[in-house]
Design a protein around this ligand. Structure first.
Ligand SMILES: Cc1ncc(COP(=O)(O)O)c(C=O)c1O
Length: 455
């Protein structure tokens, strides 16, 4: 075999063109072979097909057709968020333009740990993070791998600003990554405020803040704008006022909900967001980016000093004094992909109006689905949606039946729905993130659920 071609450099585009053709054909053929939102047959059958397609993972001699074979296998075996019946998780169908930009990021491979590996990418990241921080009322933002890393960094900055005794107070509705981050960072056990209605109750929070001991700044309250299970938004202005009154730090996990900022119709739901010291936002949720596209916005840029780091090969003092930007303090990672490129391309291609329209569309779809469920005698609706999550269940079904319906749809490759316990019952969860979904698709989804439920 001759030396394999490289993706960048003068010959890069020439080498990539036929390979891209192979990839695009394999994506097309694999998707056709699947024929639905996910592969049929359940884990055993899917794993067997993948094993057959892959064969020897590291053969002695290379397989020239490997690109086609493996892309086909992955596409055939994908849970495809671009299929309207793939609606379980905060797992969005990426925009074609963002995915194309990601290809350029892979080809150029800038690494954002030093300016000499990313001269233009570092400036692009500075521009985009500043602009997105401003959108949320913050001063600066870091690019992260997603909500989990953003939540970890938020607690790390709180700990470094207020000391190792800082204690997390969060609703029972918070994402699991928050208490996990507290554990990782060696913080005291978090205080969990029950959320029987699905959102953080200011009265219960006030009680907790009043009774918890400690000096100002010793508590960090985490509120959620867009809960994972139901897409609910905590009462942010009331929570912000309580944090102010009790000198508590406020982190808002808006991993899901922050996308509402792009919509004129929906952005007021995030009133109070700008009071937060730190905000988690994920554009691989309500932002139509391929993973990863996370951000953490920071109100006080001084908090970021906690991340300052010196490694002579990356940010020697004399280089920094001579004007080379010091990037090492922008992350806990060292080598770092320019995830900002696809974000920048998307923001500029669609503009606020284009992104806002996508947000409005998925929120409208959720309303339509909720109305269909409400009018259906065989289905119960949990509540009208706040963002684009709709919870429902077959009327009168046991939790075991609800779970079995979901698994039947999954293993038969018919639909991907999520599940969540609320109100002491198990609900099916549809998280609608596909702007191309049509009302007929939603009616078809309900028919499938109805047809799968034993009478
Ligand atoms: C509210 C919330 N925060 C954080 C996360 C974690 O995000 P990621 O999976 O990008 O780490 C999620 C994931 O669904 C989420 O719903």
């Amino acid at each position: 075999m001759s030396t394999p071609s490289l993706a960048s450099g003068p010959q890069g585009p020439h080498a990539l063109r036929p390979l891209l053709d192979t990839v695009l054909h394999a994506l097309h053929d694999g998707t056709q072979a699947r024929g639905g939102p996910l592969p049929a047959g359940g884990p055993e059958a899917v794993a067997a097909r993948v094993r057959d397609a892959v064969g020897d993972v590291l053969p002695d001699e290379g397989e020239p057709d490997a690109l086609r074979l493996l892309v086909h296998a992955l596409a055939e075996g994908a849970a495809d968020p671009a299929h309207p019946l793939c609606a379980a998780h905060l797992h969005c169908p990426p925009l074609a333009v963002a995915t194309a930009a990601d290809l350029a990021a892979s080809a150029l491979n800038p690494s954002l740990d030093s300016w000499d590996q990313a001269p233009a990418a570092s400036e692009l990241e500075a521009l985009v993070t500043r602009a997105l921080a401003q959108e949320t009322g913050a001063a600066d933002a870091l690019v992260t791998t997603g909500g989990t890393e953003s939540n970890q960094l938020a607690l790390l900055l709180a700990r470094e600003t207020h000391g190792p005794g800082v204690r997390l107070v969060h609703g029972a509705n918070a994402h699991h990554s928050l208490p996990r981050a507290a554990w990782l960072l060696g913080l005291p056990d978090p205080v969990v405020v029950p959320t029987p209605t699905g959102t953080l109750d200011p009265t219960a929070l006030a009680r907790a803040l009043t009774t918890l001991p400690g000096p100002p700044g010793s508590l960090v309250v985490a509120a959620t704008a867009g809960t994972t299970d139901a897409g609910l938004i905590d009462p942010l202005p009331e929570i912000a006022a309580l944090c102010r009154a009790h000198h508590a730090r406020l982190h808002i996990d808006a991993a899901y909900g922050a996308g509402l900022l792009f919509s004129d119709r929906h952005r007021t739901r995030l009133t109070g967001l700008d009071a937060a010291h730190t905000i988690t936002l994920d554009l691989h949720k309500l932002g139509w980016q391929p993973v990863a596209a996370g951000l953490l916005t920071v109100k006080d840029p001084h908090d970021l000093a906690a991340l300052d780091q010196h490694a002579d090969y990356l940010n020697a003092d004399d280089d920094t004094d001579a004007g080379l930007p010091d990037l090492l303090g922008r992350s806990l990672r060292t080598s770092r992909r320019p995830d900002v490129l696809k974000i920048a391309v998307t923001l500029k291609t669609l503009g606020r109006t284009g992104l806002g329209t996508l947000v409005d569309q998925v929120c409208d779809h959720a309303r339509t689905l909720a109305d269909l469920i409400h009018d259906h005698p065989g289905l119960d609706l949990y509540a009208q949606p706040t963002i684009s999550t709709v919870l429902f269940r077959p009327a009168g079904a046991t939790d075991d039946t609800v779970a079995a319906v979901r698994r039947h749809l999954l293993t038969h490759g018919r639909a991907v729905l999520g599940r969540t316990h609320l109100d002491g019952r198990l609900w099916l969860k549809a998280t609608l993130l596909n702007p191309h979904t049509r009302p007929d698709d939603l009616a078809g989804l309900l028919k499938l659920v109805e047809g799968t439920t034993p009478r």
